[in-house]
Design a protein around this ligand. Structure first.
Ligand SMILES: Cc1cc2nc3c(=O)[nH]c(=O)nc-3n(C[C@H](O)[C@H](O)[C@H](O)COP(=O)(O)O)c2cc1C
Length: 216
């Protein structure tokens, strides 16, 4: 009886933690409303953009990079869990993106790197990008960019030394309290994070252009 009561309490607590904050988020702990995978044939070079995203900002940023690169190349945009790892080595270049959650990349991108870093390393050109709110237009200085790299990208680059990214992008993301799960909402509130859409289309396109120039 006591065990049954404890179990019911535990289920209730978990249920509340996984509920979305009042708003329009989905009803389970997973990504919501990501852009659909896409492909374009814009040139000879074949590029794969694969990413993870929980609340869609990284998905939209990956789509902007995709749209820009489609002007010159043939590009596949794929949510990381839709990627067939056996396809990785068929590309001339790969871009891997993740949002930052509590200083870390999302688990499914980490899993891709952990399980398939050897395949990724054999692709002629690779790049990483992250989305975060540490860097915004209001504080975008070279020092802050370097700090973002040191906090969020350096450890991944060091963890997979066989992958030699030709570029790494720190792109400002977005989050709204109304879209968060209760646990996220709570964490962000107590940390005093400022909500907002900090994406900057011009900077995203400039990063995509820079990547394109580097793979020529
Ligand atoms: C629970 C939570 C933790 C976060 N932690 C960080 C963090 O440690 N550093 C940071 O710069 N941004 C952090 N962010 C901001 C996200 O990285 C940013 O909003 C990102 O664009 C979200 O991408 P997504 O919508 O694709 O999931 C956090 C956001 C949430 C909701």
């Amino acid at each position: 009886m006591k065990k049954c009561f404890s179990l019911t309490c535990l289920m209730l607590v978990l249920g509340v933690l996984l509920l979305p904050a009042p708003g329009r988020c989905c009803w389970w702990w997973g990504p919501n409303d990501l852009v659909p995978d896409d492909s374009c044939s814009g040139g000879e070079k074949r590029i794969l953009i694969t990413y993870d995203s929980r609340h869609n900002a990284t998905s939209l940023i990956a789509q902007s990079i995709y749209n820009r690169l489609c002007e010159n190349a043939s590009v596949d945009l794929k949510y990381v869990n839709n990627l067939d790892p056996d396809d990785i080595e068929t590309y001339d270049a790969i871009i891997i993106g993740s949002p930052i959650y509590i200083s870390s990349w999302l688990p499914d991108v980490n899993r891709l790197l952990q399980l398939h870093h050897d395949k990724i390393a054999r692709v002629p050109s690779s790049a990483y990008f992250i989305t975060c709110t540490f860097l915004k237009d209001s504080n975008d200085t070279p020092q802050r960019r370097q700090d973002a790299y040191d906090y969020y990208i350096k450890k991944v680059v060091e963890q997979y030394p066989d992958i030699k990214p030709i570029d790494t992008g720190v792109l400002s993301g977005e989050f709204l309290y109304s879209e968060l799960y209760f646990l996220e909402w709570f964490l962000m509130k107590i940390s005093g994070f400022q909500e907002g859409d900090f994406r900057n289309e011009a900077k995203i396109e400039a990063w995509a252009d820079g990547f394109w120039e580097k793979i020529q």
